[in-house]
Design a protein around this ligand. Structure first.
Ligand code: PGA
Length: 251
């Protein structure tokens, strides 16, 4: 179902007591004043139990940052979708550009990861986005379309309706260089149109498409005011309670 979402992606940051303080501060802030969006915190896996406890008593929803493409078995160090499901985890990021770049994750494996999540009723936040050279060569639409076609467009309509898409231009991630609201809107409308062509208008209208890449307390309002931008996937600015809270109230 299409809804407004602000999701924090902590990446590999914080130690336990810092993580607890940060989740606690965000939970307090949003429990005082009900936000107009779903608030998701995607923490490192070792903090998921703690964040999951907050999910039970506050409006925070918990997300993981990675999941195995395998169901279970001899995969040392991996975490399965069934394990996440057994711990009150509602979302999981898949296909983040850092996983694609540093861990060699390709469309096929990302599709399998999303499939495991859907089977376990966890919502994949599926990331797509072009590199700087793709945009400079004006190939950004083609690249994003190929990422969709080679992964999540393999799902049938029912399966796809469980997915949140995050458009994250790689040149904007952690660089302080945000896509302009017009650039974000243009790509989000393009993605929604592709979804309509692949499935139907209703599915396209019901899909949440988040923007990610140097989204912060200053620029969130303008980005979120764009017609096809349903919220954000927030990296750096999700590590400070005040900044993240401001983003949450940017709708
Ligand atoms: P950023 O990261 O907000 O620090 O640019 C976003 C992301 O990687 O999801």
């Amino acid at each position: 179902m299409r809804q407004k979402i602000v999701a924090g992606n902590w990446k590999m940051n914080k130690v336990f007591h810092e993580a607890e303080d940060l989740v606690g501060a965000i939970a307090n802030a949003i429990d005082d004043r009900e936000p107009d969006c779903e608030v998701v915190i995607c923490t490192p896996s070792v903090f998921l139990e703690m964040t999951g406890d907050y999910s039970e008593e506050s409006q925070i929803r918990t997300g993981a940052q990675n999941v195995s493409e395998h169901e279970s078995g001899a995969y040392t160090g991996e975490i399965s979708a069934a394990m996440l499901d057994s711990m009150a985890i509602d979302y999981c990021i898949v296909g983040h550009s850092e996983r694609r770049k540093y861990f060699g994750e390709k469309d096929e494996v990302l599709y399998e990861k999303a499939e495991r999540l859907i089977e376990n009723e966890i919502i994949p936040i599926f990331c797509i986005g072009e590199q700087l050279e793709d945009r400079e060569a004006e190939n950004h639409f083609k690249v994003v379309e190929a990422q969709l076609v080679n992964s999540v467009f393999k799902f049938n309509k029912d399966e796809f309706s469980n997915i949140v898409i995050a458009y994250e231009p790689v040149w904007a991630i952690g660089t302080g260089k945000t896509a302009t609201p017009a650039q974000a809107q243009e790509m989000h409308a393009f993605i929604r149109d592709l979804i309509a062509k692949k499935y139907d208008n209703e599915t396209a209208e019901e899909t949440s498409i988040l923007y990610g890449g140097s989204c912060n307390a200053e620029n969130a309002k303008e980005l979120f005011s764009q017609k096809d931008v349903d919220g954000g996937l927030i990296g750096g600015a999700s590590l400070k309670a005040n900044d993240f809270t401001k983003i949450i109230y940017s709708f």
